[in-house]
Design a binder for this molecule. Sequence first.
Ligand SMILES: Cc1ncc(COP(=O)(O)O)c(C=O)c1O
Length: 385
Amino acid sequence: MPSLSASLNSKLPKVGPTIFTKMSALATHEKAINLSQGFPDFECAPQLIELVHEAMKSGLNQYAPMAGLPALREKIAEKTAFLYGGKYNPETEITITAGATQAIFTAIASTVNEGDEVIIFTPAYDCYEPAIELVGGKPVYVQLKDPNYKINWEEVKKVINQRTKMIIINSPHNPTGSILSKKDLAELEKLTMQSNMLVLSDEVYEHIVFDSEKHNSVAAFPNLAERSFIISSFGKTYHTTGWKVGYCLAPAELMKEFRKTHQYNVFSVNTPVQAAYAKFLDNRDAYLELSAFYQEKRDLFRKLVEGSNFTLKPAQGSYFQLLGYENISDEADVDFAIRLTKEFKVASIPVSVFYNKKVDHKVLRFCFAKQNSTLEEAAAILNKL
Ligand SMILES: Cc1ncc(COP(=O)(O)O)c(C=O)c1O
């Protein structure tokens, strides 16, 4: 009898538990300060919890419409027009999803066919590659270069061919904290118009951009928006990553395909949380003040480790800071991250895991979405190395 695992013929043979799961588990086991996984260690606005509670008490406890509560879709349309000038019809062009992860999977599954190529930039957030591979597509990698992690558009041009179906961009970027400029988006616009490919724009950190820079959403570029899925996450904006609600914007033609998959991989999303976000979105300050809130944390963390032996990489957006440790050790980054957790009790993510070829520049990613006291404690340890 062949073994079960042989007959299963895994569709994702290379995939195991994610590094985030592993490092968070190690941090818990070692009682280490956890700056590895990207989530806040502080609470969301109490008003938001009240709004969910009120929605539950008022009987909003059954299935929401497949595309999401109309009130929430309308508020998202308003926000997108207000911030970026992009016009999306809440009826046909906005869908509420179970976090950005499901939106990313659904956008890929509904448009990428067997043999299609999808361009991704490494280091890359970890959910793009398996989604592409599961549907029979082929990830094509373009590397961002340390320390600025900017896109070299000449390299992108070289990998585009007849089979290129989609390009995935992510700004502000996880894990590097780099952001795309207007010029970058203009370059992308030129390339997509010549090649007819789709764009998936992962904008989950759209409200976390520093030093008076503005987030450049694809929604502000009409020629790009007409071929793009734009994906965001309320988890990142409202300190509620555990509620897993996000959304996707796309022109009606693309959204029609997206919803065909969405209705069978999730059907609809948590109703009371949607009702709460719909009301909370009236409070524009809650998202407009987020950049300043996180900039204070970024600045604090950078100042605290400035005199250490780590080297600070630029951090323009998102809630991650990369630190190089080439002056401390020549261990591989995975080994060093594990030792840092076990011996020194600070958990981080080694950046090589975000590369298909596991490129090791001796860099670790630290999440600064933490209370100031947590950052101070972690920095005191890092300063000793
Ligand atoms: C770049 C990026 N995209 C997508 C996600 C997933 O977002 P969600 O938790 O809403 O599924 C994350 C979460 O860390 C992320 O960093």
